[in-house]
Write a protein that binds this ligand. Structure first.
Ligand code: ADP
Length: 318
């Protein structure tokens, strides 16, 4: 059962903390000494403790299909019956809302002051794009705002009880990724997305090194855009070559999760806001997404049995 956050009135005694609405779920607000950052961290930790598995989807390069993979593995996990959320942390190119048909939507604030995530295809979704006035605006972020925004997405959003939170990181290994990892604390694992050509593989190797340096468990590498079966003549074309993702996973001694073929339908359906894996079950590209989601699920189950919703610690004042 969920508990809505309640607004508390500022203290009249001068002793209570009364930091925004989050005080309503704190059992220390009479004596709290936290500063703003301390409160933000505390709130993120409270949100995250209700989520069993936090999965980061990352790449060192933009445009390799990270958001598409995030969306489709999330959909595949939701199809299995899990409660799933997608956190679109790609603050420079927040495309997840478009991919789930939620472009132009705005998030609402609950009576308790938290942000209510958007619901689409049985998943909870939060993205910076929901907060923009105009989705065509370029985003120029000073570091302080980035930190604030990342905090909002992780701690401000009422994710409530989830089995999976899929976090679509921005490309690269910059401050946004480091801050996200630091705030989440215990990341269950990461999926590294690459394409097969040499330049992309160099980047994938950097992601593996970054994950290792950050002590992130690596679930494995995905080779996206791996070959195209021409829809007209059915000839197979290796547009970006093929097999490099697997070779680099082997070289770096990390698991290889599989190849996702290039498929023009993926582009068309993403643009229509229809996650591909939800609408196809028997095509190679859909099979690839489901197979990757299954491996993510097996990895997480091996790390620890799913905590049932009934036994999870409630997000409320004791
Ligand atoms: P990133 O998040 O890495 O920047 P996106 O997920 O936004 O990349 O994908 C970039 C573009 O490539 C999108 O138009 C998407 O529809 C397309 N795309 C991704 N994966 C595939 C695929 N397997 N086949 C065809 N198009 C794809």
């Amino acid at each position: 059962m969920s508990t809505e956050l309640k607004m508390v009135q500022p203290s009249t005694t001068g002793d209570a903390c009364t930091y925004m609405w989050a005080c309503a779920i704190c059992d220390e607000n009479e004596t709290c000494q936290k500063d703003k950052e301390g409160h933000s961290r505390w709130l993120v930790a409270k949100r995250m403790e209700r989520i069993d598995y936090k999965i980061l989807v990352m790449s060192n390069k933009g445009g390799v299909g990270k958001s598409t993979v995030s969306t489709n593995i999330a959909v595949s996990l939701a199809l299995k019956g899990y409660e799933v959320g997608i956190c679109d942390m790609d603050i420079h190119g927040p495309n997840i809302p478009k991919m789930v048909g939620a472009e132009g939507q705005r998030l609402k604030i609950s009576t308790g002051g938290g942000i209510i995530p958007y619901q689409a295809y049985n998943m909870k979704i939060a993205s910076m794009s929901f907060l923009l006035q105009n989705s065509d605006d370029p985003i120029i972020w000073r570091d302080a705002y980035k930190f604030e925004f990342i905090n909002q997405l992780l701690g401000g959003v009422e994710w409530q009880d989830l089995q999976y939170l899929i976090v679509d990181l921005p490309p690269g290994t910059g401050n946004e990724s480091v801050t996200t990892i630091d705030l989440i604390g215990e990341v269950t694992g990461c999926v590294i997305v690459s394409t097969p050509q040499e330049v992309a593989l160099l980047d994938a190797r950097k992601s593996v090194t970054f994950a290792r340096d950050s002590e992130l468990p690596i679930i494995g590498v995905v080779e996206n855009m791996s070959g195209l079966d021409c829809p007209h003549c059915h000839e197979h074309i290796d547009v970006f070559r093929m097999g490099g993702g697997e070779a680099s996973a082997r070289d770096m001694d990390v698991p290889f999760l599989g190849r996702i073929p290039l498929d023009p339908e993926v582009v068309r359906q993403s643009d229509y806001g229809e996650p591909y894996a939800l609408f196809h079950s028997d095509l190679p590209t859909a099979d690839a997404y489901h197979a990757i989601a299954n491996q993510v699920d097996s990895f997480c189950k091996k790390k620890g049995s799913l905590v049932s919703v009934a036994t999870r610690s409630p997000f409320k004042k004791k």
